[in-house]
Design a protein around this ligand. Sequence first.
Ligand SMILES: Nc1ncnc2c1ncn2[C@@H]1O[C@H](COP(=O)(O)OP(=O)(O)OP(=O)(O)O)[C@@H](O)[C@H]1O
Ligand SMILES: [Mg+2]
Ligand SMILES: [Zn+2]
Length: 853
Amino acid sequence: MMGGGEPYTALEESLLSGEAAARRQWEKTYLDVLGVCCSAEVALVERLLAPLDGVRAVSVVVPSRTVVVEHDPAAVSQSRIVKVLNGAGLEASVRAYGSSGVIGRWPSPYIVACGALLLASSFRWLLPPLQWLALGAACAGAPPMLLRGLAAASRLTLDINILMLIAVAGAVALKDYAEAGVIVFLFTTAEWLETLACTKASAGMSSLMSMIPPKAVLAETGEVVNVRDIGVGAVIAVRAGEMVPVDGVVVDGQSEVDERSLTGESYPVPKQPQSEVWAGTLNLDGYIAVRTMALAENSTVAKMERLVEEAQQSKSKTQRLIDSCARYYTPAVVVLGAGVALLPPLLGARDAERWFRLALVLLVSACPCALVLSTPVATFCALLTAARMGVLVKGGDVLESLGEIRAVAFDKTGTITRGEFSVDMFDVVGHKVQMSYLLYWISSIESKSSHPMAAALVEYAQSKSIEPKPECVAQFRILPGEGIYGEIDGKRIYVGNKRVLARGSSCQTVPERMNGLKGVSIGYVICDGDLVGVFSFSDDCRTGAAEAIRELASMGISSVLLTGDSAEAAVHAQQQLGGALEELHSELFPEDKVRLVGALKARAGPTMMVGDGMNDAPALATADVGVSMGISGSAAAMETSHATLMSSDILRVPEAVRLGRRARRTIAVNMVSSIAAKAAVLALAVAWRPVLWAAVLADVGTCLLVVLNSMLLLGEGRGRRGKEEACRATARSLEMRRSQLAAVSPDAAAKSVGKTGGDASKGCHCCHKPSKSPEHSVAIDVRAGEQRESPTAATCAPAKKVEVTGSVNGPAAPASSSGASVGCCPRETDSTEACKKMAPADLVLNICTTFGL
Ligand SMILES: Nc1ncnc2c1ncn2[C@@H]1O[C@H](COP(=O)(O)OP(=O)(O)OP(=O)(O)O)[C@@H](O)[C@H]1O
Ligand SMILES: [Mg+2]
Ligand SMILES: [Zn+2]
């Protein structure tokens, strides 16, 4: 965990009184702490808990008023922690497992008493002694403020509670009891309202946090065990309607699983033996037995939780700026306030009371809480929204960078394309080896590689009833950007592209017939220095890839393709995309990708790189925002990236950029309005009359507005999606089933394709618009192994720069009109505009729903 305290290193652990340390069992407790309202209290919470023995890490999530404590229950119990926090008036309680966090709907008795007394005191014009009730109101509402203020003061921190108490004391000193009562009432009520507003945020957070069921059933014995106690390799039973408790592989049964919690897309994903399933996803129908692949604490969803928590801790650029200013600015204003109160009377000014009031107004206005809240609350809400739509963003910094992106570099294999290759052609060259041997060698070596092409080759061999034997392979090596090498049966074998041909064989001429092939990746097999086999692959673009690139273009973001594959394959992808990409770069080594991303950064500005493979990791790290594809993508890419798309839906890329932009705008609005409100109050005080309650209202009011405005980000992307989302989802799940069907029986798939193909020509099956999307039908045709046709439209191309680096056979194919392939459900850009315009109405709506009106 970052920020709140570092985990013990092994060394420190051993330095701890040996035995005790060894027996330590860390556990995480989630606490609802209603008293946390400002960043000032974060320091307080940390100072309170960190010194306790047995507490390893403390993290405070301000927007959802959650404190996460990692502690050893044997050394310090949950109730002890709660007691310590409540001792400082922080109103802490342990969050029950799976509960939705803060529930306090009703105002505390202090607020009620304060309000009632204040109301009664307003009749003082009838009965003057009633004015004392206002003093009573101030006293009734003050205890929680007083407790927190004292706790902060005793630790030499200056917080909002102290400032407010000074203001109340000042009002009392001026014998203005009504004002004192109003200040206390406004302050406590605003805090309560803020807590209510935060319920939404914390509900969102716990819906992320507590998806994993606490218990699981062992398949063999039927025994119910704690999820934490399940080891790797155990087989657990998951019945219909249950959550999958641990990441694993299905070993028995068949079912459909809703992976929305991870991918943000809710449609049933079919699972059968060998399919991977993830913790936190919902088994919809059917029984499956799952062999676990990770401990519960290492499951993907647990990693996600940790990331969202950590993202809260890592401060963004804007936030750091505010923090560093706040440090100087609060003491400066206290000094200034004292000066304003004392100097003019000392210099002989007549109106001492006015100056004193002015000083109090200055002090209250000095509270930076709205400004300090303006970034973290917005960041938190945006991160939560991102996570819910299946984009895991690792921190506020990344979110801010997302909003600045001017160029996107896409990897080809597995990012723009599906990464599901099919072998179109496989031929033996020469008479040195037989086909069956060749296939046996290749599939054995390839089964040690994780490249998408490897899977296709292994499958191809298996379809010819040849079983790979990876255990017979020696000296296996990956040659980045080229292919692989391995030794089997005493033969030294290279498999890969043209470069491998140059490396491994003396004959460097490409066989005659290979020159005619266009739009496919070609592979070579070299055995002991001789070319012995050639094969060709094809791979299709993902649905939505063209749409995503066009959407980026409409946002003023240019897209380029970086691939390790051949120029022909790059051009083929560009054709399938309808010429949407601005530049193509092919036959790249990993370091070329890094260089090109750097060049793009220098030329176009902040750059995003989207990739999936091992060879993308350095480029991902170089980009301003590196986005890795999918949970099933390469682990290295996921580690080095700044954000991960949990699903393979590439349309999330423009959506994430849009979210980043919205977040930046929200933060700017928050900051400007919180500064403007203070400035207005100060101007009013100087020009007219210092009104203390107005200053308090401006302070707590802007705090509340900042929170509510930030929460608009929680709804981002919801209304706009809906129907079209459902439409795309069904289309995709149909497609998936079809491809599964194709794997089992190509005939059946072809039939089903024929049917849908017919539909596609008439219109989209769900929105009934005439389908103009060649992308749609082509994808299907290719799947079924029918005649492939490129989706080039009849309209001629707009002048677009298509730059192809690397060698190309023949001139680059003309880019087809990018306007031609409109998906069946175009994303309504107009409705996005409408959404933006609705913001003020949204705010009202948000306030109403938040307070249950
Ligand atoms: N396991 C393998 N089997 C056969 N060929 C391979 C293998 N690994 C790599 N190659 C060859 O090397 C080329 C470059 O591989 P690399 O991993 O750098 O890029 P890629 O993943 O194909 O493309 P992209 O960069 O778009 O993801 C591939 O196009 C392929 O021709
Ligand atoms: Mg790749
Ligand atoms: Zn404040």
